[in-house]
Design a protein around this ligand. Structure first.
Ligand SMILES: Nc1nc2c(c(=O)[nH]1)N[C@H]1C(S)=C(S)[C@@H](COP(=O)(O)OP(=O)(O)OC[C@H]3O[C@@H](n4cnc5c(=O)[nH]c(N)nc54)[C@H](O)[C@@H]3O)O[C@H]1N2
Ligand SMILES: Nc1nc2c(c(=O)[nH]1)N[C@H]1C(S)=C(S)[C@@H](COP(=O)(O)OP(=O)(O)OC[C@H]3O[C@@H](n4cnc5c(=O)[nH]c(N)nc54)[C@H](O)[C@@H]3O)O[C@H]1N2
Ligand SMILES: [Mo]
Length: 792
C-alpha cells in the first residue's frame, strides 16, 4: 500500500518534471468527445433564451445575487452591461438585458474565487493544460500575483511591490518605445483617459488595442469617406427606417438586444436584408424573451431577403447592388440616384458610376456567389426605401480588403442619399461595451496632432509625436525582441491575436508581461521572464474611494455617453479599480517627472472627468451632462448632414474586385463566435442556434465539399492554412456538414487563431484577416500531440 503511494508520487513528480521542461501551452487542449450535432434552431430568443439566462445567472451567482444584479443591468441607476455595445432604449423595461448579457454578468458576478491558495496548488504549466472554459469557471481573481523569474507558480505580492516592479522594468528600458500598452474595450472612459495620459508622459504612443482586431477597418473606411470614424445613426432611426441591411453580423448571438429593434421595425413593415454566408438564426425569426406572453408561437419573421454571399464576396455583391441600382435609374430616370444630395454633398460620383457600369455581371455573380436575380431583388428594396440603415460587424472588417468593404457600403448609402437624415445612415455595430469610448479618450497608436496639442496645453509636457505600434506591429516587435515590456489593461492578448504560436513566442521573449484582469485566462499562462496579474473591480461592483461612491462612464455604439454604477460588493477586498491601478502605476513609474496629481485625481472621478472635459471635444460640462438621465450624445457632423472630411464633402471611392485564387482542395475559412462565448471567454460548450452542442473544435463545411474532399460527417481532421509559402496546422477538428456556400469553411475563434497568419491583415487598417484564411482539410494523423497546433 505504502509502496503504491510512493510509486504514485514518483510518477506525479516525473510528470511534473516533464511538464516543467515544456513551456505552458498557448492553445486549449483537444476535446475528448465529439460534439452533438442537430438541426440549427429556427427561432432565436423565446423560452430557451430565458432558461439559459437563468441557468447562467443563478448557477454562477445564486438566485438572490443573480436576480439583484440582473435587475441593475442597463438601468439609469445601474451599470452598463459588460456585454456588447448596443445602446439602451430611452424607455427602458425593468429587465433590460438579453441572454448573452446575463451570461456576461454571471461570468463577472460569479461567487467562485481564484485565490493565492489556488495558485499554490496549480503550476502555470498545469493550468495551461486546462480548457479556456475551465479557466474561466475557476472564478474571480482576488489578489495581485507575481510569477518570479524561473518560478513555476504564481505567488501573492503587495500592490506597492507590484507597482515598483513594473516601474523598475519600465524605467530600465533604453527607450519608452520598448514597451507596449494594450487595452481591451471594457475599460471605462476615466481609466482609458488616465492610461493614455500616463503612457504618453512615459514617452510612447505604443497603444495597441482590441479595436485594431475589430472595427479598425470601419474607422479607417469611414474617416476617409465621411470624415468621422464612427456610425451616423441613433437608436431612434431604427423606428423610422424603410429598410435595414445587416451585413456580416450575427446579432442573434452577439447583439441580441438589436433583435428587439429589428423586430419592432419588421412589425411596422420595414424590410430587412441580411448578407451572410450563414443563415444565422436571429435573422430568420425572433421571439422577444421579455414578451413573456408571446413566447409561444412562431415568432416574428425578420428577414425579407437573405443573400447568401460567399466569404469575402461582399465587394462584388455591393458593387452588384450598385450596378443594379444604376440600371434601375436608367429604366426609371430620376427615381433612384439622389441627384441633389450627390451634387451638393459629395465628390467623385461620376468616376465611381463609370467604374460600376464597367464592372461585368459575370464577375459580380462569380465573386459574390449570389445569382443576379437575387442581387436585383436587393437593389429593388434599396430603390423603394427612402431611408435605409446599413449595419455591419466582423464579417466585413476582418478581410484583406476590409476597408473596401466598408467604403462600398458608403458608396451605396451616398447613391441613395441615405446618410444624415432621420431613419437612415451607417451603423458599424461595435463589440466591446466601451471600445468606442476608449478611442474617444485617446487610446490610439496614431493620435491626431490636435489631440496631442490639447494634452500638451493641459498637462504641460511634450507628448511623443511619432506614431506608435498597433497590435500586429506589437506582435512582430516582441517577437524580434524590440519590445521588452507588455502591459495589458484587460483582454486576452494571447488568444485574441492571430497566429497563436507566434504570439506565444513573442510574449515569452519579453522581460515582463502584466495583465490587469478580472478573470484568469490563457494570457496569464504564456508569459515573459517575469509576470504580474493585477486583479481589478468589474463593472458590476461598487467602487468606493476617498471621495465616496464612484461611477464611471462609457460610450455606446451610437455615440451616447452615460454613467455606469456598480451594484454589488467587490469580489475581494484586495481589488483596486482600473482608474486607481493606472494612477498608482503612473505615480510609481513617473515619480517627480510628472506634475499630474495622480492619486488625488482618483479619489473622486469627477476630477478625472473635469480634465476630460478640458481636453476632448464634445465633453464640455461633462460632470453635469452625464448625470442627466440617459447621458448625452457626442457631436457627429455626418449625422446632421455635415461631412467632416477636409473637402467638407463625402467621397465616393472606387475599388477593384478582390481576386482570390483558391488552389485545388483549398477553402476560404472564417473564424466566428459561438452562442456561448464572449470573445475568448468561453461560457459554455454549446452553439445552440447552429445546433452544435458540447464541442468547439469543429469545422463547418458544405455537404458537397465534404463529399468532394472524401471526408465524412464527424470525422477528425487537421486544418492547414496556407499563406505566402508558409503553413500552419490546427489538429483534430470534427467535420460538420452545414448550410454554407461551396468552398467556404467556418471554425470558432479562438481555437482556430493558430491558423491566422500574423502577416495577413487588411490594407490600411491592418486588422488581422481572421475571416479570410485559406485552408486545406485532411484526415487527422493519429499522433496525439501535447499541443494541438504548430507552425512549420
Ligand atoms: N455574446 C457575445 N456578444 C458579443 C461578442 C461575443 O463574443 N459574444 N463579441 C463582441 C465583439 S468584441 C464584437 S466585435 C461583436 C462581433 O459580432 P459579429 O461580427 O456578429 O461576430 P462574429 O461571430 O465574428 O460574426 C461575424 C458574422 O459575419 C459572418 N461573416 C463572416 N465572413 C463574412 C463575409 O465575408 N461576408 C459576410 N457578409 N459575412 C461574413 C459570419 O457568418 C457571422 O454571422 O460582438 C460583440 N458581442
Ligand atoms: N480569429 C479571430 N480572432 C479575433 C476575432 C475574430 O472574430 N476571430 N475577433 C477580434 C475582436 S472583434 C476583438 S474585440 C478581440 C478581443 O480581444 P480582447 O478584448 O483582448 O479579449 P477578450 O476575450 O474580450 O478579453 C477577455 C478578458 O478580459 C478580462 N476582463 C473582463 N472584464 C474586465 C474588466 O472589466 N476589466 C479588466 N481589466 N479586464 C476584464 C478578463 O480577464 C477576460 O479573461 O479579439 C479579436 N480576435
Ligand atoms: Mo470586437
Amino acid at each position: 500500500m505504502a509502496d503504491g503511494h510512493a510509486d504514485e508520487q514518483q510518477a506525479r513528480d516525473a510528470l511534473a518534471t516533464v511538464r516543467a521542461s515544456v513551456p505552458p501551452s498557448a492553445q486549449p487542449p483537444e476535446e475528448p468527445h465529439p460534439p452533438r450535432v442537430g438541426p440549427p434552431a429556427e427561432v432565436a430568443g423565446g423560452i430557451p433564451a430565458v432558461v439559459s439566462s437563468m441557468k447562467h445567472a443563478w448557477g454562477e451567482m445564486g438566485p438572490v445575487r443573480g436576480t439583484q444584479l440582473l435587475l441593475k443591468v442597463n438601468q439609469q441607476q445601474g451599470f452598463d452591461c459588460p456585454g456588447c455595445a448596443w445602446p439602451d432604449p430611452g424607455h427602458r423595461s425593468v429587465a433590460e438585458f438579453c441572454e448573452n448579457g446575463a451570461k456576461a454578468v454571471a461570468e463577472e458576478g460569479t461567487t467562485a474565487r481564484v485565490t493565492p491558495d489556488f495558485f499554490r496548488q496549480w503550476s502555470v504549466a498545469d493550468l495551461s493544460l486546462q480548457t479556456d472554459h475551465w479557466l474561466g469557471k475557476q472564478g474571480r481573481l482576488t489578489h495581485p500575483m507575481v510569477l518570479r523569474e524561473g518560478a513555476t507558480h504564481y505567488a501573492p505580492i503587495s500592490w506597492d511591490e507590484a507597482f515598483a516592479l513594473v516601474a523598475e522594468e519600465l524605467n530600465a528600458l533604453g527607450s519608452p518605445d520598448d514597451a507596449c500598452f494594450y487595452t481591451s474595450g471594457r475599460t471605462s472612459n476615466e481609466a482609458a483617459f488616465l492610461y493614455q495620459l500616463f503612457v504618453r508622459q512615459f514617452g510612447t504612443n505604443n497603444l495597441p488595442d482590441c479595436s485594431n482586431m475589430c472595427h479598425e477597418s470601419s474607422g479607417t473606411g469611414l474617416s476617409e469617406t465621411i470624415g468621422i470614424g464612427k456610425g451616423t445613426v441613433t437608436l431612434e432611426d431604427f423606428n423610422k427606417a424603410d429598410a435595414i441591411f445587416v451585413i456580416g453580423q450575427n446579432p442573434g448571438t452577439n447583439h441580441p438586444r438589436m433583435l428587439s429593434s429589428l423586430q419592432a421595425a419588421a412589425r411596422r413593415g420595414c424590410e430587412i436584408v441580411s448578407i451572410n454566408p450563414l443563415p444565422e438564426t436571429g435573422l430568420n425569426r425572433f421571439k422577444h424573451p421579455q414578451e413573456v406572453l408571446r413566447l409561444i408561437g412562431p415568432g416574428t419573421a425578420l428577414n425579407t431577403l437573405f443573400l447568401q454571399v460567399r466569404i469575402n464576396g461582399d465587394v462584388a455583391l455591393l458593387q452588384g447592388l450598385a450596378k443594379a441600382l444604376l440600371e434601375l435609374e436608367d429604366a426609371r430616370p430620376g427615381t433612384v440616384v439622389a441627384r441633389a444630395f450627390i451634387e451638393e454633398k459629395t465628390l467623385g460620383f461620376d468616376a465611381w458610376a463609370a467604374h460600376i457600369r464597367a464592372v461585368r455581371w459575370e464577375d459580380v455573380v462569380e465573386g459574390a456567389g449570389v445569382p443576379r436575380e437575387q442581387i436585383v431583388a436587393g437593389a429593388e428594396i434599396l430603390a423603394r426605401s427612402e431611408r435605409t440603415i446599413f449595419c455591419w460587424a466582423m464579417g466585413l472588417t476582418q478581410h484583406r480588403n476590409a476597408v473596401s468593404n466598408i467604403q462600398e457600403i458608403v458608396n451605396l448609402a451616398l447613391l441613395r442619399g441615405s446618410v444624415g437624415k432621420p431613419g437612415a445612415g451607417l451603423c458599424p455595430v461595435r463589440g466591446h461595451s466601451n471600445v468606442q469610448g476608449d478611442r474617444t479618450m485617446g487610446i490610439w497608436e496614431r493620435p491626431k496632432p490636435e489631440f496631442l496639442d490639447a494634452l500638451s496645453r493641459e498637462f504641460g509636457f511634450e507628448p511623443p509625436r511619432h506614431h506608435g505600434m498597433d497590435t500586429v506591429d506589437t506582435l512582430r516587435a516582441m517577437h524580434d525582441g524590440r519590445v521588452k515590456v507588455f502591459f495589458a489593461l484587460g483582454g486576452n492578448f494571447l488568444s485574441a491575436t492571430p497566429d497563436t504560436e507566434f504570439t506565444a513566442e513573442a510574449l515569452r521573449r519579453t522581460r515582463l508581461t502584466v495583465h490587469v484582469s478580472t478573470k484568469l485566462n490563457r494570457a496569464h499562462l504564456v508569459h515573459g521572464r517575469r509576470a504580474l496579474i493585477l486583479p481589478c473591480l468589474g463593472r458590476t461592483e461598487r467602487d468606493v474611494q476617498a471621495g465616496g461612491a464612484q461611477f464611471v462612464t462609457v460610450e455606446n455604439s451610437m455615440g451616447v455617453v452615460s454613467a455606469s454604477r456598480g451594484a454589488v460588493n467587490p469580489a475581494s477586498e484586495h481589488l483596486l479599480s482600473e482608474p486607481v491601478i493606472v494612477a498608482r502605476l503612473a505615480a510609481a513609474v513617473l515619480g517627480a517627472r510628472s506634475k499630474v496629481p495622480w492619486t488625488w485625481l482618483v479619489e473622486d472621478y469627477d476630477r478625472v472627468r473635469d480634465l476630460i472635459s478640458r481636453v476632448i471635444p464634445g465633453f464640455q460640462d461633462f460632470n453635469r451632462r452625464v448625470r442627466e438621465p440617459g447621458g448625452f450624445y457626442l457631436p457627429n457632423g455626418p449625422r446632421e448632414g455635415r461631412f467632416t472630411t477636409k473637402s467638407g464633402k463625402a467621397h465616393f471611392t472606387v475599388h477593384s474586385l478582390p481576386r482570390l485564387e483558391l488552389g485545388p482542395g483549398q477553402l476560404l475559412m472564417m473564424t466566428i463566435r459561438t452562442h456561448d462565448q464572449f470573445n475568448t471567454t468561453v461560457y459554455g460548450l454549446d452553439d445552440r442556434y447552429r445546433g452544435i452542442r458540447n464541442g468547439r473544435r469543429v469545422v463547418l463545411l458544405h455537404p458537397g465539399d465534404v463529399k468532394e474532399l472524401g471526408l465524412s460527417e464527424g470525422q477528425l481532421v487537421d486544418l492547414t492554412s496556407h499563406f505566402q509559402g508558409e503553413t500552419r496546422v490546427a489538429r483534430r477538428f470534427r467535420v460538420v456538414p452545414y448550410n454554407i456556400p461551396r468552398r467556404c469553411a467556418a471554425t470558432y475563434f479562438p481555437e482556430a487563431n493558430v491558423l491566422v497568419p500574423v502577416d495577413s491583415f487588411a490594407e490600411k487598417s491592418r486588422t488581422p484577416a481572421s475571416k479570410s484564411v485559406v485552408i486545406t482539410v485532411s484526415p487527422s494523423v493519429d499522433t496525439p500531440a501535447l499541443t494541438p497546433g504548430a507552425v512549420s
